[in-house]
Design a protein around this ligand. Structure first.
Ligand code: CP
Ligand code: NVA
Length: 307
């Protein structure tokens, strides 16, 4: 049954640090359950509505597979085939969809759209990427770090490249998971000023990538041109040409440093051709962990465990 006042996951700040730690530990457990082929169906009769206004491989497959594996069902909704693409107001769509589905996942452009949907939804809403944030990816990334290296608390992470939605979610993660974040972005592509100011105690702008990675336990990058920025691709390739992550740059980080990228990656641009196959790269673990982390998130939102 829907809550009278559902919890949402629009950014990492919607859960407390304690709740986020629960989700990460639960994701690790759910991975073991899946790997042991144990039947576990806590989502029986539950329906996830998945609204995609941008492309996706990992997010769609992980949410849809995760719902099916845990006994529920997922409905894929694209703007081409629904009235969302023909101008039906978000508030009306939210009221209608949330009267039939038990949980909703949205990937869209303006972050305000997921906020508006959530404000009119009777059921939990998950942000599956907006222009501003990608919090689901961070759950998978933190799970991946914990699995490889233990707690991320007190560690140093370096973000290289565009001050985009992933960078913003890493800034929120620095606060919620208690790590230091160096941000190396060129002028004109810095993260949100207010977000940087709000986290000035632990997030630092170090624009030279070589300086930024020194002392880092994790180095992260992402595409230089996000979805919706296709027209800027050439200009961005010029602006970011000194910001490629490659094994030589990684050699300046801590010896046990890991490399992450949410994927899709563009070899020869933000990463060298050999970076994803470098032993320090955990990008395919990150991708798989989307499945486990989002199952844990949906358990948290749907089943409301005592945390
Ligand atoms: N990392 C990620 O969200 O990938 P997709 O765009 O393929 O969903
Ligand atoms: N920053 C990228 C992430 C893709 C998963 C984008 O928004 O396109």
């Amino acid at each position: 049954m829907p809550n009278s006042s559902p919890r949402h996951f629009l950014t990492l700040l919607d859960l407390t640090p304690n709740e986020l730690h629960w989700v990460i530990q639960r994701a690790i457990e759910l991975k073991q359950i899946r790997n042991s082929k144990t039947l576990y169906e806590p989502f029986r009769n539950q329906v996830l509505a998945m609204i995609f206004q941008k492309s996706s491989t990992r997010t769609r497959v992980s949410f849809e597979a995760g719902m099916a594996q845990q006994g529920g069902h997922a409905i894929f909704l694209s703007p081409r085939d629904t009235h969302l693409g023909r101008g039906e107001p978000i508030a009306d769509s939210a009221r209608v969809i949330s009267s039939m589905a038990d949980i909703v996942m949205i990937r869209t452009f303006a972050h305000a759209q997921v906020e508006e949907f959530a404000a009119h939804s009777k059921v939990p809403v998950i942000n599956a990427l907006t222009d501003d944030y990608h919090p689901c990816q961070l759950l998978a990334d933190i799970q991946t770090f914990v699995e490889h290296r233990g707690s991320i608390s007190g560690k140093t992470v370096t973000w290289i490249g565009d001050g985009n939605n992933m960078c913003h979610s890493f800034i929120n993660a620095a606060k919620q998971f208690n790590f230091k974040l160096n941000v190396a972005c060129p002028d004109g592509y810095l993260p949100n000023t207010q977000l940087m100011a709000n986290n000035a105690d632990r997030v630092h702008l170090v624009q030279d990538p070589k300086q930024a990675v020194i002392g880092s336990h994790l180095v992260v990058t992402d595409t230089w041109a996000s979805m919706g920025q296709e027209d800027e691709k050439k200009a961005r390739e010029t602006a970011f040409e000194d910001y490629q992550v490659n094994p030589t740059l990684m050699d300046l980080a801590e010896p046990e440093a890991l490399f992450m990228h949410c994927l899709p990656a563009y070899r020869g641009l933000e990463v060298s051709h050999d970076m994803l196959s470098d032993p320090r790269s955990v990008v395919y673990d990150e991708a798989e962990n989307r499945l486990h982390a989002q199952k844990a998130l949906m358990e948290f939102l749907l089943l409301q465990p005592q945390v």
